[in-house]
Design a protein around this ligand. Structure first.
Ligand code: FES
Length: 404
């Protein structure tokens, strides 16, 4: 062993002495401690559980019908009316719903202010989606007193001053307005502090969700501005057409850095992607929230066209259980699993949260680039997010148990 010739100073000698005596000191402390059992209730654990519960039981307190806009707002409370977990304006909750013998989850952005959570209320807004699996049933069947199982608040679509510019230009389409309404309400309540200029695209004036409230917030809150953009109607006081790079530049702050936040349907995202690229923003200044995963994977770059329209089979393993189920190449693996009545975990349904993470034992899948958010190790070791993976061959898949 080489002679390291280490010199230990006086203070270092004291440290070494302390270290040598550590065992004795600890034994003494243990002997001196009371013999009763430790309570097992630690404030930090209790706070964590309250802020990030595995699930919450919610009951519909009241429903607001938005008439022409074909949407309803559901105001939700705990059965005992207790405060709900606080959240960041822009986050969502995931509801677990029984549909035709299956259990499915759907994520809905909270449109209420975080401050209202402390008063025991969350609000979500559901818009009609003809041909969809869940939204129209919620609108037609749910009434005050009905109960849901929900996740706690989740997601990353919120203002973060370490990352985002102080001025945010929000781009919303249809029901994509809900996270922005939460942000606007939070600005009024003073629980968020940034400037929000919102370009809100709707078909025509009658279709503008929350028009009255958005305009009222813009009137009383200097940090919030809304511009209504109508695609099928030309009227004074409104912008006409689609949101474009030129329109964003027109309302973005002059000579000042700004972030762009986008929430809207897939068609809007596809249209706006090249427009936003024209702005030349650094990547960190662009945030998006997709409402759902694509319904037309074959239009995505890199899709293996020979798989389109084919039927495959999936061997699904979950603990000791195993099923063989049919799956269409045109739908995400998670949808096939849910159709088969298998309880599988999921929350965001857009590749972001990792809640559905499963091991692909054999077979191949296609993942659209905008939903590819797996960790490097997951890609390397063959894990997929079934919510945004489309089968392109027969598969064998190991899914985790369902915990909520
Ligand atoms: S449900 Fe979030 S990644 Fe699949």
């Amino acid at each position: 062993m080489p002679d390291l010739n280490v010199k230990v100073g006086l203070i270092g000698k004291f440290d070494m002495l302390k270290f040598k005596n550590m065992k004795k000191v600890r034994e003494k402390a243990i002997q001196a401690a009371p013999a009763e059992e430790i309570s097992g209730v630690f404030p930090v654990n209790e706070n964590t559980k309250a802020l990030h519960p595995d699930f919450i039981e919610l009951v519909i307190d009241r429903i607001v019908d938005h008439g022409e806009a074909q949407a309803k707002t559901f105001v939700l409370k705990r059965p005992d009316g207790a405060p709900l977990p606080y959240f960041r304006a822009g986050q969502y909750i995931s509801l677990k719903l029984p549909v035709d013998g299956s259990f499915v989850t759907r994520s809905y952005s909270l449109c209420s202010s975080p401050k209202e959570a402390l008063g025991g209320e969350y609000a979500i807004t559901v818009r009609a989606n003809p041909g969809g699996f869940v939204a129209d049933r919620l609108l037609a069947e749910k009434k005050p007193g009905d109960r849901f199982i929900s996740s706690g608040p989740q997601g990353f679509f919120y203002y973060e001053d370490l990352r985002d510019a102080k001025h945010v230009v929000g781009l919303a389409g249809g029901s994509g307005i809900t996270p922005f309404l939460s942000m606007a309400r939070a600005l009024v309540d003073g629980v968020e502090d940034f400037e929000l200029t919102l370009l809100f695209g709707s078909r025509d004036e009658d279709n503008i969700l929350f028009r009255g409230e958005l305009d009222e917030i813009a009137r009383v809150c200097p940090k919030f501005k809304v511009i209504h953009v109508l695609s099928e109607e030309e009227k004074e006081g409104f912008e006409h057409g689609f949101i474009t790079a030129d329109l964003i530049r027109k309302y973005a702050p002059d000579g000042e850095e700004y972030s762009v936040f986008l929430c809207g349907p897939e068609a809007m995202y596809k249209f706006l992607k090249p427009e936003i690229e024209k702005l030349g923003l650094p990547e960190r200044l662009f945030r998006r929230k997709l409402i759902d995963v694509t319904k037309t994977p074959w239009e995505c770059e890199g899709y293996p066209q020979e798989a389109r329209g084919k039927e495959f089979s999936i061997v699904v393993k979950q603990g000791p259980q195993e099923w063989t189920i049919p799956a269409s190449a045109d739908e995400p693996v998670l949808v096939a699993v849910e159709r088969a009545g298998i309880k599988a975990p999921s929350r965001c349904r857009a590749g972001e949260c990792g809640w559905c993470r499963s091991r692909l034992i054999s077979g191949t899948v296609f993942i659209p680039a905008e939903n590819e958010m797996r960790r490097w190790a997951d890609v390397h070791y063959g894990y997929i997010h079934p919510c945004c993976s489309f089968p392109t061959s027969d598969l064998t898949l190991e899914i985790p148990g369902e915990f909520f």
